[in-house]
Write a protein that binds this ligand. Structure first.
Ligand code: ADP
Ligand code: ADP
Length: 220
């Protein structure tokens, strides 16, 4: 059974008199322990796809199944619960609550999944190199620090599926390499990772590359 399956997703946006079909029948399957890279030009639908896969957004057509259970067309609180149990999310819009410190953001994520573990909070903060900044609020962090804090939150529960949108956009080459090694370590433990990225380094090490164009999967 795939860890995540999306079947013929459609997503319309109506904004300022304009209609956009962000997804036009996109289907995707992710197996346990796979590193899948999604590539595509800006506007091809990558962020919309990730939001639908995470259950943060509801597609207008099609469905998503997470570990064999339907995620789409459920109330938000049920999607939130399924998300907390299975998925770590790293979106460009950020995944940090503004009124909580870095360490409390990590704790909240663990708490929602009933996996609060103070030692792991410490380890994660050290791993992303934010020991000196753990009491800071997101608005007090630099772009790179916020990206690393977001990564610690996304990994807090050691999720079986990690969804990352442009995780290397704001980070230096050293962090990019660290991310690659992290994704590989997850693969070894059976964790799946889906990354929307332009990084050639990540693409070179992916098990599969999916190409999106105008809301459709044209390759992969
Ligand atoms: P990508 O991540 O590949 O750049 P997006 O998923 O962000 O692509 O966008 C796909 C299309 O949907 C684009 O044409 C974009 O302008 C449009 N779009 C995305 N989000 C919204 C929104 N909230 N309202 C209106 N249009 C949107
Ligand atoms: P709640 O149970 O409070 O509704 P959510 O399920 O919405 O919590 O959020 C759980 C986690 O999902 C958050 O800690 C955050 O990491 C991520 N998340 C939620 N909404 C977004 C978003 N819009 N962008 C990025 N990540 C998000």
């Amino acid at each position: 059974m795939p860890i995540l399956e999306a079947f013929e997703l459609y997503r319309f946006y109506h904004a300022r008199e304009e209609e956009t079909l962000a997804l036009r029948g996109a289907s995707i399957q992710i197996a346990k322990g796979e590193i899948v890279v999604v590539m595509g030009a800006s506007g091809s639908g990558k962020s919309t796809l990730l939001a639908c896969l995470a259950g943060l957004d509801e597609p207008d057509g099609g469905y998503v199944e997470l570990v064999g259970k339907r995620l789409t067309r459920r109330p938000e609180f049920e999607r939130a619960r399924m998300r907390a149990a299975n998925i770590g999310i790293l979106l460009q819009s950020g995944n940090l609550f503004e009124y909580l410190s870095v360490e409390d953001n990590i704790r909240l994520k663990m708490h929602l999944a009933r996996k609060l573990d103070e030692q792991r909070v410490k380890d994660l903060i050290a791993w992303v190199g934010l020991q000196e900044r753990s009491k800071a609020r997101p608005s007090q962090l630099s772009g790179g620090e916020a990206a690393r804090a977001g990564l610690a939150v996304a990994l807090a529960t050691n999720p079986s599926l990690l969804l990352a949108d442009e995780p290397t956009g704001e980070v230096d080459a050293e962090t990019e390499l660290k991310l690659l090694n992290l994704f590989k370590a997850r693969r070894q433990e059976g964790g799946a990772t889906l990354i929307a990225t332009h990084s050639n380094l990540l693409a070179a090490h992916a098990d599969r590359i999916i190409q999106l164009q105008d809301g459709r999967v044209i390759y992969g």
